[in-house]
Design a protein around this ligand. Sequence first.
Ligand SMILES: *Cc1c(COP(=O)(O)O)cnc(C)c1O
Length: 494
Amino acid sequence: MNFLSTRGGEKATGAQAIVKGLSANGGLFVPEKFPVVTTEEFEEMLALGYAERAAKILKKYFDEYDEEFLLKSCESAYSKFEGGDPAPVVKLDDGVYMLELWHGPTCAFKDMALTILPYLLRKGCDICGIKEDILILVATSGDTGKAALEGFKDAEGIKVTVFYPSDGVSKMQKLQMCTQEGKNVDVVAVKGNFDDCQTAVKEIFASKECEEKLLERNVKLSSANSINFGRLAPQIAYYFSAYLDLVSSDQIEMGEEIDFCVPTGNFGNILAAYYAKQMGLPVRRLHCASNSNNVLTDFLATGVYDMRREFYKTTSPSMDILLSSNLERLIFEISGRNAKLTAKRMAELKTTGKYEITPQELEKISETFDGGFADEDGCVEAMYDVFVDTGYTMDTHTGCAMKVAVDWFEKHKKDETKTVIVSTANPYKFPQDVLYAVTGNDVKDSFKGIKRLHAATAMAVPKQLKELRDKPARFTKTVDGSKLFDEVLEFVSK
Ligand SMILES: *Cc1c(COP(=O)(O)O)cnc(C)c1O
């Protein structure tokens, strides 16, 4: 399978798309066409475990990787998850299910892709004949950073630098990153919010000068951000797996259409659901859930993407994003794969902070997508109501999705379609906020929050979060957005 850039020009193989991350003209790699999962394949996948299902989906995009390799890699990656099933579907209520994607090493859904990406990337380097060391640069709104560090730590020939916004991540997220072990990792705080951080990192990727300076040191850049197709493909797999689980547990009939509600920031997770639909998964609607940074809600309602607005710091920091990078892939599809138009819109976004799609395009998007958002209060109420009614505890990001889903249910009372709400983080990653939502108690310290949340919910506390308390902080530096490349050079020259 070949890949195209959303902004035209370049073609790449799957391995090249993974290794490069971003195309040379700043566009994102998309598959030349969507592979299809046939009825026979659906039936066949019913009997398979998660790793086998994921390997089958990956093989459809990465046909130059051999099947045995993909399967072994998936088995090894998903063996790092607690409880045997990396993506369990839990029934919440009649017709409402939670897809829990946070049983991995760092307790957030980013693990679903970042445990497998190192295998795909290293093999990709072999396939492409790359001799240089690889430096993965990550801009993180909190969860990607830790998942990338954990996924790539001590990987041969690969280094990782993670930049996070100094005042944009939760205390647990920061602790997770600053205490990271491994010889090949670096973690740096950047002044400002996630958009500033992501923009500064994108500039390094776009700079010929940076590329040359790194090559002098025998280093090539790659990305583990969700713009990398190697991140997207493994995410497609869990939508298939969730569907198959619903079929095999007799919750739905094979072929029956279902809805997904996805807490959204960079538009990666929900885009994977859309790709799954393009591949033949019976998906009816995709509810795109935002927090107060509701630029996507407005876009889906009006067709105008306008990021010139106030930026809110919320209790769902991984969704505190105004520039949703992966939306470019949807815009590309909806425009009839018009690369020139996509490039023009993205240039407009960069210079004016805004672009607009046509009413016909908006109509096409609205056939599948709708948007909603939860403000801080709405998120808390949704988490509280579900906890009281069912005993189920969710994190703040999932809380936003819950609020949006409940709003949808209220508006469409007689709707029989089953809904899967995608649950993206373990509640203990945001213990104070979740504790406040379910009990009304406010505690000053995260570990006190963990203790009380455990007392209130009896939910098991992940060992890796409990242990953070006693781990020494290895990384404490904060730098200005303009100084990122100096940090990179210093790190690779060590
Ligand atoms: C990253 C993240 C999101 C947003 O996912 P996108 O792919 O960026 O839309 C939601 N919830 C949590 C917990 C996350 O870590």
